[in-house]
Ligand binder design. Structure first.
Ligand code: PEP
Ligand code: MN
Length: 472
């Protein structure tokens, strides 16, 4: 078993010298200090040994031996910490993973945007409605979504609630991953509510039948591998609020190294990736696997410097680049980055976030994304890697297990006029359950061919009618 990182340890004194973008403006700094002191005494949410294990899995991704499926809400909310919601997200990810594993014949590393994804960077610090200007919503970790002065004022007590909500979520995720829910023999049960409701649900059902018969065969041979009964599921979030992340950074008693024990993997977002900023400096000091989001303005020099700062030893699995260029720019911007980073001898994991470069406002005023754009960005990502002979390491998506109407398109098509029906996100629009499955099937078809008969059945060959209409 892994050693438990010991706490409390004054592991990371605040580095006040470096500029930290996107931090809340707390009206009462003393109250913040009290919360931070409290958090420093709280037990770790994850163990250092688990972070190491994920780093090893990410090394397999970087080497081209596994595929990363990272997904969950744009912004988790305290209100949505319920068994149904958490189970729904997990089930969606498990189904996507089954599709990818079976149809693309690739081991899938499952990582949620979960149990800590409560803080949001914002393009605008203030929001104005009907002549009233208030601070923007920065996620439940910071303030409330309601447009009142009281709700929008940053409250450090929310950091405590973030910790406890993350703990409760992770507790359920761990129970579901190992306690029978994730057993591959449940592959049909995960789909129960969806079969009739969407083409991808029906396509999934056929795939589940194939998995079932493969499992029966294996059992008949006398084997009962433990891997089929439980799954490894990891938690990740954007390391945005440095007071919180530092308070949960601890020394690992085994090695004396620092780990951010708020999640297995953390990433630095597009708005906080300044090379001389506090976020990159923070990520450089922890041993967790870390990721950096790369938007369309990223230069080769920046990418190489991230690698130098965050992965000085060139250790596969340590650094992941999550590329979010937008469907229109991915084919122009990505090749040079991949080419030069690869030429420098580094083995990083390349992952596509096809969501954040493809957001637009619908005529109704809803922030939305089109499934076709999402798909096109992933396609561009795969094309670039195919041309360069490098590995398309995974996808990073915003999704939910519910039947929301936040993104348009997909096989059970959501139209712009539907957006108002179930628009429930606290921040960016998410793929609903059926759109998520659509994406998994299409990504499995794109994945570099590994042979195997699965392609003709569960994969692309059959049932073109199950493709999202608009891409057929
Ligand atoms: C996000 O992942 O929700 C996000 C804000 O992404 P980015 O930093 O890439 O804009
Ligand atoms: Mn988002």
């Amino acid at each position: 078993m892994q050693a438990n990182p010991e706490g409390p340890v004054p592991a990371l004194p605040a580095r006040r010298g470096l500029p930290a973008a996107q931090q809340p403006d707390y009206p009462d700094p003393q109250a913040l200090q009290e919360v931070v002191a409290d958090l420093e005494t709280c037990p770790p949410l994850v163990f250092a040994g688990e972070c190491d294990r994920l780093r090893e899995h990410m090394a397999a991704v970087a080497r081209g031996e596994a595929f990363l499926l990272q997904g969950g809400d744009c912004a988790e909310t305290f209100e949505a910490v319920s068994a149904d919601q958490i189970r729904g997200k997990l089930r969606t990810l498990l189904q996507m993973s089954a599709v990818l594993t079976y149809a693309a014949r690739v081991p899938v590393v499952k990582v949620g945007r979960i149990a800590g994804q409560y803080a949001k960077p914002r393009s605008h610090a203030y929001e104005t409605r009907d002549g009233v200007t208030l601070p923007s919503y920065r996620g439940d970790a910071v303030n409330g979504l309601d447009f009142t002065r009281q709700s929008r004022t940053p409250d450090p007590a929310r950091l405590r609630r973030m910790y406890h909500s993350s703990a409760a979520t992770l507790n359920l995720v761990r129970a579901l991953s190992t306690g029978g829910f994730a057993d591959l023999r449940q592959v049909h049960a995960w789909n129960r509510d969806f079969v009739a409701s969407s083409p991808s649900g029906e396509r999934y059902e056929r795939l589940a039948r194939e998995i079932d018969s493969a499992l029966s065969f294996i059992h008949a041979c006398g084997a009962s591998p433990e891997e089929f009964e439980k799954t490894e599921f990891f938690a990740s979030h954007e390391a945005l609020l440095l007071d919180y992340e530092r308070a949960l950074t601890r020394v690992d008693s085994r090695t004396g190294e620092l780990y951010d024990v708020s999640g297995h993997m953390v990433w630095i977002g597009e708005r906080t990736r300044q090379l001389d900023g506090a976020h990159i400096a923070f990520a450089a000091r922890i041993r967790n696997p870390v990721a950096v989001k790369l938007g369309p303005t990223t230069t080769v020099d920046e990418a190489l410097q991230y690698a130098e700062r965050l992965d000085p030893d060139g250790e596969p699995g340590r650094l992941t680049f999550v590329v979010r260029m937008g469907a229109k720019r991915i084919r122009d911007r990505l090749p040079e980055l991949v080419e030069k980073v690869t030429a420098s001898g580094l083995t990083v994991a390349w992952v596509s976030d096809p969501m954040h470069g493809n957001t637009y406002e619908a005529p109704s005023g809803h922030k939305t994304r089109s499934f076709d754009d999402v798909l096109d960005e992933v396609k561009g990502f795969f094309e670039v890697h195919r041309a360069l002979g490098t590995h398309p390491g995974g996808i990073h998506v915003e999704l939910t297990g519910d039947d929301v109407t936040e993104c348009v398109g997909g096989g059970a098509e959501v139209f712009v006029d539907d957006l108002h029906r179930r628009y429930e996100t606290a921040c960016d629009p998410r793929l609903n359950h059926s759109q998520s499955l659509d994406l998994a099937f299409l990504v499995a078809e794109m994945y570099p061919h590994r042979g195997g008969a699965a392609r003709g059945t569960a994969g692309g060959g059959e049932q073109t009618g199950t493709r999202p209409r608009s891409t057929a």
